[in-house]
Ligand binder design. Sequence first.
Ligand code: FAD
Length: 527
Amino acid sequence: MWDKRWRDQIWPSLAEPWDVIIIGGGITGAGIFREAARLGLRTLLVDASDFASGTSSRSSKLVHGGFRYLKNAQIKLCLESVRERERLLKEGRGLINQLGFLLASYRGDSIPVWVFGAGLMIYDLLALKWNHRYYDAFDIKVLCPTIKEDKLLGGFRYFDAQTDDARLVLRLIQEGVQYGACALNYARVIGLLRRSNGQVCGIELQDEAPGGNFRCMEVRAEVVINATGAWADKLRQQIGGRERLRKLRGSHLVFSPSRLPISRAISFLHPQDRRPVFIIPWEGVSIIGTTDVDHRLDILEDPAISQQEVNYLLSAVRSIFPSLELQEKDIQCTYSGIRPVVDTGKEDPSKESREHILWQEQGLLTITGGKLTTFRLMAHTALQAVARRLPGRIKLEGQQRMLDLTPGEETINVDLSRAARLRLLGRFGAQAQSLVAAAHPEDLLPVGNTATLWAELRWAARSEGVIHLDDLLLRRVRLGLLLPEGGQNEMERIRHTTQLELGWDDDHWKMEEQAYTRLWKHSYSLS
Ligand code: FAD
């Protein structure tokens, strides 16, 4: 879909006026993009960096109702999220999967076990299903043998869902492109165009891909949507908007399953501050998160975990799995994302609302906050808010699919397990068959102990708009999170599989590999 020449072919055609320009290619922008494209609007999405390179590849990867929001009585947010989760489970087979949780309760916990039970009852009622159950201490130990036994009273098993966040974004963008819209990564909005009455009517766009020589272009549209997440204030300030967002950093630790083996997610209260934390099995690794701290550093720099956050998360995991004696050296990698919330000055960052926010200022629509899970609702809210400016063209129906129907597993006609075929269909949607057709015989094997096939790397390098090596290893596939040292041990074979597809000569490859290693060390490791 995005082959080597796609960028240069597209650039000159950007000057034509658009119905909608979306700034930001995270989940918020991607959700709006797909919906606008499906409605037949001439739609352009641009991202200053790679698609999903912001918070949308650094979440906890849960498609969830947000059980803990019930504690803050955010029933509406919880109801909406639970309903969206149920739809995503149905429509996103292979990409969104059910995930079992254990919620362990200990003597002395600030929240008694019956409160969890009542909460889970409401949680299930909101989803219109009964999907939780109480287990006593003995059964909890059977379900999770390494869990701390001392003072264990029992706990609940309940269900939420999980996904590959970056692939969900990619899938939405690819579907939008298939509906005829245009999406460009490494294209930064450096200014907003305004009519004589001050209303925003377009963007000044700068090409930030290598070879683009920072060429600039003015691009006009009826509607300009600011979906730049934690960066949203920066664009708003250009038209006189005052800073309104509080940037909260959430970080995670990733462990290999050999050091932290879990078969289902564990949810518990951090002994230090009683905040809920999760340990989640994901793609063969175990992730623990998250923190929630004010991010006071420049958001133009890639976020990274602090030593305090490492200590906080490590002490959480040690408290629930003391027998594993986990140490800092067991941490395979880390990652951090920035959550934009409206700043109401609450002392405890976790008390700030997670609901999405919409502002209309001088014709610029800003939508930010919210969750990965609720991208469809956010897309509808944004498009409804601008419907007046595109008369008769925005007709949204709640029952429309949020992801296109994919072909059945039997259409992936190669010797792979059913689960592997479903996985490809979920991640690559309509492109899965082409991916398999393009694979060399040796590509249909997994990379190391992961479920990722070499064929995914070849396909992504060939046709998924990869500009830098981190686009490939951190977002098109997630080897940077799944393999030790970000995949250094597999680098020769990664190069062998993808270099030609990417069209990079040896010097270019070397430069990319060095840049990737630097980035990984800065933002994805302990250093
Ligand atoms: P982003 O993903 O940050 O995207 C914004 C994009 O705008 C970026 O790609 C950036 O490059 C681009 N941009 C910025 N400036 C410009 C410019 N000038 N020109 C062009 N492009 C620009 N939600 C869930 O449902 N489940 C979870 O498990 C979950 N876990 C989370 C864990 C953490 C630690 C955090 C912080 C959030 C979590 N969330 C979760 C919330 C969810 O991840 C975010 O709400 C969501 O990813 C935000 O997406 P976004 O598209 O608004 O922003």
